[in-house]
Design a protein around this ligand. Structure first.
Ligand code: ATP
Ligand code: MG
Length: 286
């Protein structure tokens, strides 16, 4: 069975960026990867470089589907709904395939080096990440005992416990999702932090909650580092094993602004994240 990895952390630290690039790297390595956007504020699709018009609808907004699966489509059923709706056919029906390289291939070129580069790119662009956009429940309290909550929880549980491919989950910001326990059974929870006390505090809290939930591995990725001294300070404050650190990188913001995939925009970031991913895989297999 492929690894099941969820990515959490405070708002804006880089969860979606890491989730997207790790998914793309794993596909590039030849793995079959299902990337799940489980953040109510969905934007994993855009990190893959999809234009807004190509972003799929969130499953949480498909009220008829949820009603049908949870048995709430008949008025007579009233307040009762299925806690374990059937969802095993949902991923195939609703995922979209996103090429890991998306630039248009220019017409035939003359020199061989360029031609070989293009062939490599061509081959890579035929490799795709499967993207499923769940969305999330936004109400305060978030322990929603409602059909929507049951549907989302069933889907995540199915993805984590039954799917054969690697599953990467982009979680909502903060610690609230931990209370819903819908990520039980994952192989690793990766928390992203940035140079800031609040993001470190959030990371440590998520890690200790993960321990209580019995999640096997928790690791941190320290993002947006500007110098070595800063990195040492953060390391001293984190109570979690560190899988890697990533430099602050203007190309990432530039890609974000231009709506292109970070995977294409910043080879340095991709390299740093490859290292972090390899470390994480080693931590898990030890
Ligand atoms: N290493 C980096 N250097 C510079 N900017 C970065 C870096 N990593 C991420 N960013 C930028 O930080 C912003 C937040 O990144 P991202 O969306 O990945 O974070 P997030 O944790 O998923 O946020 P949210 O909590 O809103 O879901 C984006 O504009 C992104 O381009
Ligand atoms: Mg995000």
């Amino acid at each position: 069975m492929g690894l099941k990895i969820a990515i959490g952390g405070k708002g804006g630290v880089g969860k979606t960026t890491v989730c997207a690039i790790w998914s793309q790297l794993l596909v590039d390595d030849g793995f079959d990867v299902l990337a799940i956007d489980a953040d109510p504020n969905t934007n994993l699709a855009m990190a893959f470089g999809l234009s807004p018009d190509k972003v799929p609808e969130q499953l949480i907004n498909m009220k008829e589907l949820i009603a049908e699966r949870t048995g709430t489509d008949r008025a007579s059923v009233g307040a009762y709904f299925k806690l374990n709706p059937e969802v095993s056919d949902i991923p195939e029906k609703y995922w979209i395939r996103v090429p890991i390289f998306q630039k248009d291939i220019p017409p035939d070129s003359v020199d061989n080096d360029t031609k070989r580069d293009l062939e490599v790119r061509n081959e890579k662009s035929s490799k795709t990440v499967k993207l499923l956009v769940l969305g999330g429940i936004t109400q305060a309290g978030s322990g929603c005992a409602c059909p929507d909550g049951a549907f989302l929880k069933a889907l995540l549980t199915y993805a984590i416990l039954q799917r054969q491919e690697i599953v990467m989950i982009d979680l909502a910001a903060g610690v609230e999702f931990m209370g819903r326990a819908s990520i039980q059974g994952i192989d690793a929870l990766v928390v992203i932090t940035e140079p800031g006390a609040r993001s470190i505090e959030t990371a440590n809290r998520i890690a200790s909650m993960a321990k209580e939930l019995g999640i096997k591995h928790t690791a941190a990725v320290i993002n947006k580092i500007t110098d070595k001294a800063q990195l040492e300070k953060i390391k001293a404050k984190l109570t979690i094993p560190i899988a890697g650190s990533i430099l602050y990188n203007l190309a990432v913001q530039e890609a974000d602004l231009n709506g292109i995939s970070v995977f294409e925009a910043s080879p340095i970031l991709v390299q740093e994240l490859r290292k972090a991913k390899d470390n994480l895989q080693n931590m898990i297999s030890d």
